[in-house]
Design a protein around this ligand. Sequence first.
Ligand code: PLP
Length: 396
Amino acid sequence: MTITPLMPVYPRCGVRPVRGEGCHLIGERGERYLDFASGIAVNILGHGHPALVKAIADQAATLMHVSNLYGSPQGEAFAQKLVDKTFADTVFFTNSGAEAVECALKAARRYHYVNGAPERVKIISFTNAFHGRTLGTISATNQPKMRDGFEPLLSGFEVVPFNDLEAAKAAVDDTTAGFLVETVQGEGGMTPATPEFLKGLRQICDEQGLLLILDEVQCGYCRTGTFFAHEQYGIAPDLMAVAKGIGGGFPLGACLATEEAARGMVAGTHGSTYGGNPLAMAAGEAVFEIVANDEFLANVRKMGDRLRQSLEQLIPNHDHLFDSVRGVGLMLGIKLKDTAEARGFVAHLRDNHGLLTVAAGENVVRILPPLVIEESHIAECIEKLSAAARDYEAAA
Ligand code: PLP
């Protein structure tokens, strides 16, 4: 037998973390890494945050899991907090981002179904999107590397160019249910939706009775300096997928919905064995209590500005390698020049300089630090990036 016990769907690198301390990870051989990947935008409180650790430990000792067939005081309390803080009137808890998107897709179809328009099934999504790896969520992307070999995918999806409002408008027909869009594309290359685009989609939805589904799995939960990224556009969705940061490392996601958009989601239409169990709710509430306030968000914006300025200052010193900085808040990316390759530079940063980042589409190195970083972490990151750029150039 040659297959590994872990199904080999990830090209795993040589970093084998065994412990986390704040913004650092420690590998099997005791080596330290500055973690500016955060489990791909997940560990917003860093590693081993005492309040999160305690909340999980206390809840595990009290009550870990019960079925969703029973009342959920923990779920009600956390859902109420999310409702009070967002556009939403109701929440379905999931265990991951893809499940949160799936719930939103199902809610959108059910909405039209109960409104007497069962033909409205088509979801319009956008190029370079990433919404997860389930059959439904890969149906909403145009990326062959995710789709190949998994056909037939779900029908009722159409992918049009991102940030192209005219194309989005032109794709709407009598079978359209709504749009699914990342407010800031993550995997696709750290590209924000333009204000005209997002506001335009909202307007089309309002005029034609369609639903706007935002995927804020990566860009939501304080990452861009507001609780959710769409707040910076002055619009609100009808449905929104959330995950990653919401659990701070505990597997948790949520589909947030207005009362209207959730009209079809009545008893028996959807479910999850684990979704929103007491342990997940304890983790979610602990994270929420720390991050969902103006002071925390102001600090994310401040650190985001500092990091961005420092990155921008780096560019002219290494302009054979670095092209530009993009992104919002602490969801940043460095676009590399065409002569370099993001995956290779990410590996060099990791293996030779102990800095963890993530590659994204469009030749971008994603910088997704914990949201609790301090000036010292920014200085450490810049030092490592600069040293790495120097010897990468030298090696090239
Ligand atoms: N949506 C977006 C925007 C994402 O970035 C991701 C994961 O990277 C997902 C959905 C899928 O989330 P998960 O991997 O938790 O299913």
